[in-house]
Ligand binder design. Structure first.
Ligand code: CTP
Length: 162
């Protein structure tokens, strides 16, 4: 006799959020971070994109995970790098005609350029100079270090994303 499906089975079978025809599924997002992923992707209440979100879905490997499904959209490398910073286990699935035709993990970049605002108001990257912010990504999740003024962002990284 078949036992009743677990919440994970339900999510996997697409009953929680249905499968998409074409687009990108961002899977294995850290539980609770889906809205920050949307912020990174520039999706606000007034955008017209077709998307589905599941938050805090049970996951065998992660405990809880979030999923974002975007129809008819692929992500740029900059967007994927930003997602890596807040969800290093995320997987990016490209779906074409209902099939996952490409699956890749994200990689935490060594250097972040132009995506994060330095918390130091006196930093040259916060002046009118035509200079992009530049941060070194510190090992073991210790945060980001500004390459101009040495300020370190230790936590709440998303609030600094431009
Ligand atoms: N997916 C989707 N629409 C499709 C195909 C897949 O929304 N047409 C979603 C699935 O629901 C899943 C993700 O894309 O969340 C990856 O699909 P798949 O590789 O089939 O699932 P898994 O094997 O469980 O992935 P993984 O091994 O990465 O956990």
């Amino acid at each position: 006799m078949r036992s009743s499906p677990t919440p994970e089975d339900v999510a996997k079978e697409g009953l929680l959020i249905s499968r998409i025809k074409n687009g990108t599924v961002i899977d294995h997002i850290n539980g609770g971070e889906a809205l920050n992923v949307m912020k990174i992707l520039g999706i606000t209440g007034s955008t017209t994109e077709s998307l589905s979100i599941a938050t805090n879905v049970p996951s065998r490997n992660m405990g809880k995970k979030d999923i974002v499904k975007l129809s008819n959209r692929e992500l740029s490398k900059t967007e994927v790098d930003r997602i890596a910073l807040i969800s290093p286990k995320a997987t990016i699935n490209i779906v074409r005609n209902f099939k996952v035709c490409e699956k890749k993990g994200v990689e935490i970049p060594i250097l972040i350029e132009g995506s994060v605002r330095c918390p130091n108001p006196g930093c040259i990257s916060n002046t009118n100079e035509p200079i992009k912010s530049r941060f070194a990504v510190l090992p073991e999740g210790k945060g980001l270090r500004c390459l101009y003024c040495e300020s370190v962002i230790k936590k709440d990284l998303t609030s600094h994303i431009i």
